[in-house]
Design a protein around this ligand. Structure first.
Ligand code: FES
Length: 263
C-alpha cells in the first residue's frame, strides 16, 4: 500500500504543487553547493599532502594522528601505521556530525532525495517510512556525534592558539598572519554551529520537569535557544569557512604565495 502523498488518506490533487514561487531555487542551490563541497572535501581528504604550512594545520587533518609531516602532530602519531591519508582517521567525526545534523538532513533530503523537494511540493516516492527504519534510523546517533564535535572544536581552538607561533626561521614571540585570522574566524563559526545544535539544546535544558529548580540550566538553555535560531546559517558559514581555511593552507603548502604577516 502506498504511504506517501498518494496514500489513501491524502487529498487528491493532480498537480505536483500549487506553489507558483521559485520553490526549486533552495533545493537546487543546496544540491550544487553540497556537491561541490563533497567533491572538494573528498579530493583533499584522500590527497594526504599539503595540509600543513607551519604554523597552520588544515582542519581536515586535525588532529594529525597518522604518519604526518613533521610539526603537524601535536597529539602524537598513534596511527603512524595507517597506510592511507591521515584525514581519513578523524574525518568520520565532523562528517558524521554534519551528516546527521537536523538542519542538514532537511536540506539534503530535499535537495538529493526530493523527499519532499520543498514545503507543499509532492515528493515522487510512493512510500514514506521517515527515519523509523534502517538506514535512516541511524540518524539518531546525532547526539553522540555532538559529543565528538565538542572535542573537535576544542582541538581546532588549540590549533588557532598554535597558529600564533612563529614559523621556523622567524624571530620568537607572538606572530599573526592572514592564516591565523582565517583559522580564528573558522573556529568561531565552528563553535557557533556546534553550540547551536539541537542536541546541545537538549543536553543543557532537556529532561527537566521544572526550569525554576534549575536556573543555571535554564539560562544555558535560553542562550542555546537563541543561537539555535541561526543554526542553519552557522551550518552554511562554517561549511564554507572550513573549506576556505583548508584551501588557504593548501595554497601556502604548495608555495602558491606567501602568508601575509601582520606581526
Ligand atoms: S542539529 Fe545541526 S549540528 Fe546538531
Amino acid at each position: 500500500m502506498t504511504t506517501g502523498v498518494t496514500g489513501p488518506s491524502r487529498a487528491r490533487i493532480d498537480v505536483k504543487t500549487l506553489r507558483e514561487d521559485r520553490w526549486w531555487l533552495a533545493p537546487l542551490t543546496t544540491f550544487v553547493v553540497f556537491s561541490a563541497f563533497v567533491v572538494y572535501a573528498t579530493w583533499r581528504a584522500f590527497a594526504g599532502a599539503h595540509y600543513f604550512s607551519e604554523p597552520y594545520l588544515s582542519p581536515f587533518y586535525s588532529p594529525c594522528l597518522g604518519d604526518c609531516v613533521e610539526g603537524a602532530s601535536d597529539f602524537g602519531q598513534p596511527f603512524a601505521w595507517w597506510p592511507l591519508s591521515a584525514a581519513l582517521i578523524i574525518l568520520i567525526f565532523p562528517l558524521g556530525f554534519r551528516m546527521t545534523c537536523y538542519y542538514y538532513r532537511k536540506a539534503y533530503y530535499r535537495a538529493f532525495w526530493l523527499s519532499p523537494p520543498a514545503c507543499a511540493v509532492a515528493e515522487p516516492h510512493k512510500k514514506y517510512s521517515g527515519e523509523t527504519r534502517l538506514p535512516l534510523i541511524l540518524q539518531n546517533v546525532h547526539r553522540y556525534f555532538w559529543y565528538a564535535a565538542l572535542l573537535v572544536a576544542l582541538i581546532l581552538t588549540y590549533d588557532v592558539l598554535l597558529a600564533f607561533r612563529p614559523a621556523e626561521g622567524e624571530p620568537t614571540g607572538i606572530h599573526m598572519g592572514l592564516g591565523t585570522v582565517l583559522m580564528a574566524i573558522n573556529v568561531v563559526y565552528i563553535w557557533l554551529y556546534t553550540l547551536s545544535c539541537h542536541s546541545c539544546r537538549h543536553a543543557v535544558g532537556g529532561r527537566l520537569r521544572h526550569f525554576s529548580k534549575h536556573p543555571v540550566r535554564y539560562k544555558l538553555w535560553t542562550w542555546v535557544s537563541k543561537l539555535n535560531l541561526n543554526h542553519a546559517r552557522y551550518a552554511w558559514v562554517s561549511l564554507f569557512s572550513v573549506a576556505l581555511v583548508d584551501l588557504y593552507i593548501y595554497l601556502l603548502a604548495i608555495n602558491a604565495f606567501e602568508d601575509p604577516r601582520f606581526f
